[in-house]
Design a protein around this ligand. Structure first.
Ligand SMILES: [Zn+2]
Length: 153
């Protein structure tokens, strides 16, 4: 015996806010961002500095103690690579609009890169190796959006 079923499909975007704990290391990093400070941590063996901080150095397989090896870093860095994209990584409501230029930026004194928007720069003006500095959002809340992007030094 078969039973008839009505299936309703509805396409659209649903906003869903989540709250989750990022862990002890990123928690310290985001506390720094909230105060407009960049904090990385340093491997006790090879001396590499990570932004954002890590628990384990992948090169040495050494645990970096949570309460030690923190390094305050400047707001300046170097463009290691860049691209343009119409997609908004952090904004799912307007996925495709005018192109943005995003860059991989190595904060001075660190050995890793973070990805952020390059502000007030045309793609043809951007060069690998160019020095940039952080533009903070006026109000911070302790998350990645505290950094609006990077501008030319
Ligand atoms: Zn290491």
């Amino acid at each position: 015996m078969s039973e008839e079923k009505v299936i309703v499909a509805n396409k659209g975007l649903i906003r869903a806010d989540f709250a989750f704990w990022v862990g002890q290391y990123l928690d310290k990093f985001y506390n720094g961002l909230e105060n407009k400070k960049i904090r990385g941590n340093k491997c006790p063996k090879c001396g590499d500095v990570f932004v954002p901080p890590r628990k384990i150095c992948g090169k040495c397989n050494v645990v970096i103690p949570l309460e030690e090896n923190w390094v305050d870093l400047p707001e300046t860095g170097t463009i290691m690579n860049f691209t343009t994209t119409p997609y908004r990584v952090n904004d799912r409501s307007s996925r495709k609009t005018k192109d943005w230029t995003i860059g991989m930026i190595q904060i001075d004194g660190s050995n890793t890169s973070i990805i952020y928007r390059l502000l007030n720069m045309e793609p043809e003006d951007v060069k690998i190796g160019m020095k940039v500095k952080i533009e903070w959002n006026e109000s911070t809340k302790g998350d990645p959006s505290d950094i609006k992007g990077f501008t030319k030094v």
